[in-house]
Design a protein around this ligand. Structure first.
Ligand SMILES: [Fe+2]
Ligand SMILES: [Fe+2]
Length: 139
C-alpha cells in the first residue's frame, strides 16, 4: 500500500471534518422554530465531535509523515433557517463521512498499523451512529 495514497484519503477525510465543523456551527446558530432548543445543542455537539475527529485524522497524517490539509472540503454549505433542510444536509454529510472512513480502513489494515486502525475505526462507528440517528430524526 502506497503511503501517499493513504495520506491523500486521510486529507479528504480531514477536509470533510473541517467542512462539518463549519456546517454544524452555522446550523447551531441559525436553527429556528420550536425545535431550536434541542437542535442547537445537537448541532453544537456535532461541532465538538468533528473537532475531535479532525484531531485524530491530523495525528494520523503526522504519524505517516504526511502534510495535513488546512482547507475544508469545498462542497457548498446550504444556508437556511429551516431545521428539516439542515437535518437533510447533516444526513448527507454523515453518509459521505462514513463512506470516506469505510474506504480508509482497508488501506490502514494493509500497512498493519493496529493503533491507527483502531483510532479510525472508532470514528467510522461514530459516523455510522450519526447516520442512523439522523435517519430516525428525519422519519
Ligand atoms: Fe466526523
Ligand atoms: Fe460525523
Amino acid at each position: 500500500m502506497d503511503t501517499g495514497e493513504i495520506i491523500e484519503a486521510l486529507n479528504k477525510a480531514l477536509a470533510w471534518e473541517m467542512r462539518a465543523i463549519a456546517m454544524y456551527a452555522h446550523y447551531s446558530a441559525y436553527v429556528s422554530g420550536i425545535h431550536r432548543p434541542h437542535l442547537s445543542v445537537y448541532f453544537s455537539n456535532e461541532v465538538t465531535e468533528s473537532i475531535n475527529h479532525a484531531a485524530t485524522v491530523r495525528s494520523a497524517i503526522v504519524k505517516l509523515d504526511g502534510k495535513a490539509t488546512t482547507e475544508r472540503a469545498p462542497s457548498e454549505i446550504v444556508h437556511t433557517y429551516d431545521y428539516s433542510v439542515m437535518l437533510n444536509e447533516a444526513y448527507g454529510t454523515e453518509k459521505t463521512a462514513s463512506q470516506t472512513y469505510e474506504a480508509i480502513l482497508p488501506m490502514i489494515e494493509a500497512i498493519g498499523d493496529n493503533e491507527l486502525y483502531d483510532a479510525l475505526e472508532v470514528i467510522y462507528f461514530d459516523e455510522l451512529r450519526s447516520v442512523e440517528e439522523l435517519r430516525m430524526m428525519l422519519k
